[in-house]
Design a binder for this molecule. Structure first.
Ligand code: LLP
Length: 430
């Protein structure tokens, strides 16, 4: 069965799919469909696995909250000691709402506004990951205005191309991210030009959904050579942030476990004192969140054309855009398995939206589906709800969290009124 190697707490008991100890169908009947469903236990398991694997280095693990920014999830991870990797003023706001320790917050993103920079400095975040010279100048100016010294890490573009989707490759020199080694070295050498900054770290992030350690190893080696060089030039570098990017199982991938990954990465640091002189930072998103959530949807009908069959469901690309956007694969399972004798159907699972790219799965072999059946779109805990939209004026769906035998509404379904909040009919132009 497809669930075999995936580490999560969505399992069948008999014919019923459960999230931890709660039957998914029970939640669907209470809440209605579609909805995102998270297993709190799975989120925490993944975080603990990474923490344990990297324990000898005692890194700061900053959950990349762009993957899933549910306040409940963030609060739970922060309570376990996680820091946060943020990329906007909005994410900073969420981090503050859950009382996250600002000294465990790192702030990346290619473009940060003056307001965002000031807010982050005021809230005393640990570090900015800096991607350009204008950004460095803006942070220096803001720190000057706020009469403080701000730590920064320079994002190095290590020019490594991992095997993943083009849209989520970030560490190759043609990508917009980071600074090339020559420019970055020069910045460290000229750090005196930025008197309100402390050049405390080096940051790399080469992409996402990377299933083997090789590109990470290559990028880290480059970062360490870079650090050796700038240290030689008299710049102490206290932090190396190796980013996120660890891949998970969506289909048949065979990604490394946290332990495999740590076993390959940690030896690279044998000549560095990770407890004292070089502190390691990690920014995992998908590894923690991806297999911790799913999207539950209901079949609205089945239709057959000469060429194909379609299972039409009530969730669409506005709810989960990954298949349309990246051609991403998500397993689709029956919430209640059918009698073995019932014949299967090969079909595209499509949403109600007026776009041909509105599909959740193509050419899937499903058990005989009927109107009203519930389907679970798996591995949607990362980049699922956060990338959802109101396209076709569809209210965004609720986020439900299960812990053990209970489920809770972490975010309500949007209402029709939510759809038009802040909007008015401008009489003057009529
Ligand atoms: N750090 C930085 C600087 C990042 O840009 C990202 C992700 C992460 C950490 C976390 O990466 P992760 O561990 O989750 O792979 N929407 C796409 C993924 C975009 C990733 C963007 N950056 C998707 O649905 O696959």
């Amino acid at each position: 069965m497809t669930l075999r190697r995936r580490m999560h707490r969505f399992q069948y008991q008999g014919r019923e799919l459960f999230c931890e100890q709660v039957p998914v169908s029970r939640i669907a009947h209470k809440i209605g469909t579609p909805f995102y469903l998270y297993s709190m236990g799975t989120f925490l398991d993944h975080f603990e696995k990474l923490k344990k694997a990297f324990a000898p280095a005692n890194p700061l693990i900053c959950f990349s909250m762009k993957a899933n920014s549910s306040l409940t999830i963030l609060k739970a991870l922060a309570a376990k000691g996680a820091g946060l990797d943020i990329v906007s003023g909005g994410e900073l706001f969420r981090a503050q709402r859950v009382g996250a320790d600002p000294q465990k917050i790192v702030y990346a993103s290619v473009g940060k506004t003056e307001t965002e920079i000031e807010e982050a400095i005021r809230s005393r975040i640990l570090m900015f990951n800096v991607e350009s010279i204008p950004e460095l100048e803006a942070i220096n100016a803001a720190a000057c205005r706020l009469k403080t010294i701000q730590k920064v890490a320079i994002r190095l573009n290590p020019d490594v191309t991992p095997t993943t989707h083009d849209y989520i490759t970030t560490g190759a020199k043609q990508n917009k991210f980071g600074l090339d080694a020559r420019t970055a070295t020069q910045l460290f050498m000229e750090s005196y030009r930025y008197p309100f900054l402390r050049f405390a770290g080096v940051h790399i992030h080469i992409g996402s959904q990377i299933t083997n350690a090789k590109p990470f190893i290559a990028a880290i080696k480059r970062a360490l050579t870079f650090i050796d060089n700038v240290r030689f030039g008299g710049n102490p570098v206290e932090f190396l942030n190796i980013g996120g990017g660890l891949g998970i199982i969506y289909s048949k991938e065979k990604p490394q476990t946290a332990k495999d990954f740590a076993d390959k990465i940690l030896p690279l640091f044998k000549d560095y004192d990770l407890k004292k002189s070089l502190k390691l930072v990690l920014e995992p998103g998908r590894f923690i969140a991806g297999n911790s959530g799913m999207l539950v949807t209901k079949v609205l009908g089945v239709k057959h054309s000469d060429a194909k069959s379609f299972v039409i469901v009530d969730a669409g690309m506005n709810d989960l855009i990954r298949p349309a956007f990246y051609g991403a694969y998500h397993d689709i399972l029956s919430v209640r398995k059918k009698n073995k004798k019932s014949s299967g159907l090969r079909a595209d699972v499509v949403g109600p939206i007026c776009e041909s790219s509105d599909f959740l799965g193509k050419d899937r072999l499903l058990a005989a589906v009927e109107t009203g059946d519930l389907l679970a779109v798996m591995s949607c805990g990362a980049y699922g709800f956060v990338m959802s939209s109101n396209y076709n004026s569809r209210p965004r769906v609720p986020e439900i969290v299960v812990k053990g035998g209970r489920f809770f509404v972490a975010k309500k379904r949007e209402t029709r009124m939510d759809l038009i909040r802040g909007e008015k009919i401008v009489a003057e132009v009529l």
